[in-house]
Design a protein around this ligand. Sequence first.
Ligand code: DX5
Ligand code: ZN
Length: 226
Amino acid sequence: MQIKISASILAADPTQLGNEIKKVEKAGIDLIHIDVMDGHFVPNLTMGPFIVEAIKKITQVPLDIHLMIENPDKYVESFTKKTEKDDILTFHIEATDNPLSVINSIKDQDLKAGVAINPDTNEQTIEKLLGSIDMLLVMTVYPGFSGQAFKRYVCDKIRKLREMAPENLDIEVDGGVKPETIPDAASAGANVFAAATSIFAKDDYKDAIEGLRRKAQEFSCLFIKS
Ligand code: DX5
Ligand code: ZN
């Protein structure tokens, strides 16, 4: 398995978004994490397909699109139209009654499909979907804002999900990821780490990304390909 670091642009300077993305790309980032919020599923509004389309034009780094929106089925197409093969589109299990149809509509467009799960949602809710997805995103904060504290109790659920999941399923953690919290998440079985504040609030993005990657490698319970 591979360790991947995903830069959440929620904490990037919005007036310099293009430059910020170029900087993390140059610093060796694996994924660009885009937090899409609708003001209903979460109490915040952020960006949508228009921004995704603009970002797509300026970077080769695959996009890790995190939909925090109600009824994702209604909007899947507006995102899949703007994306391509290596990009991942992730929606929340709590936001739809028919997750399998959302997964299929993402895959029909040749995109990778991910499902996200909130801190207090039970792992059994997604058990049946684990064989149908390309990535599982486990929230370690309540979704809505960057800069919140990592909820350590979620690591028990990550451990269970890693045992339940097919071999090599990417498991991403999102929320409060920093060098001090990565050891718990990596040793529980996560291999993809989304981080906003611990990258964009630093002066040296390369140093920040390498620091996160080093910690994840050091504490990972998985067989890691270098
Ligand atoms: C929260 C978002 C996260 C957030 C992470 O709803 O999904 O991706 O940007 O921010 P940090 O890394 O600052 O906790
Ligand atoms: Zn996110």
